[in-house]
Design a protein. Sequence first.
Length: 288
Amino acid sequence: MKNTIIEREIISLTNQQNKMIVSGWGIEILESTVVEKITYLSDGLKVKGYIAYPSDASRKYPSIIWCRGGYGNAGAIDKFTARGMFGQIASWGYCVFASQYRGNDGSDGHDDFGGDDVNDVLNLITLADEIPQADKNNWAIEGWSRGGMMTYLTLTRTNLFKAAIVIGGIANLRCNAEESKFMRRLFEHSLGNYTEEQFKKRCEERSIVNFPEKLAKETPLLLIHGNNDDRVLPHDSLDLSYKLLEQKIPFRLVMLEGGDHFLKSHRKEVDELRRMWFNRYLKQEKIV
């Protein structure tokens, strides 16, 4: 088997950074997990990303793909954040696979904002072959903001995932572009210089509300959105929920009162919801 991870480096932080990890995520992150920065092959391109896994290699752990938000290097995950964020998920008993997407953080190619770069998400799946702790038959996927859009698009391409979580996710580009100045700037920058008709078409092709019937029917979705989100507007998740009902796709919608795009004031609640969803569908734990 030819390896698709061509470079890997265990993340090592300063003593001060480690103290911040303990303060923000807990001591178990440092004591029980490993997080690596990697370069892997995706469609022949060298793409940067991360993997994380429990230190205990005596058994297999379910695998989770994590999709970042932002565009370009705005929103790229740095080593410190990766150590905390992905280490946290690994401490829950999972292996994590995350991409910076092509064109970012020194990767080959260019960020296509939901175009060919969806392959960078799908191509993470084969990396599990190179992680002894990873259960290659037990997968979930999670995405935040733009990563939510990437998650939806990935779910139109495979029925591999037993569960999915989207937080503040983009479900309708055109809708947001009209109502959010932030999103309009993002779309104009990320989708390039196109005619109005070309721009509209590219937005529609990335908006899951236009083709919800293509979503994997058996993948339960947890949608979380702050009702004060002024970047990706709350009705992205609300509008999609109607489509999911029509398609009879299992889902749960959680709207968090007063929550902004980053949901910092709801962090513990969001973490518990995420952990519960993963445990329910990947470890078959009952919801109490």
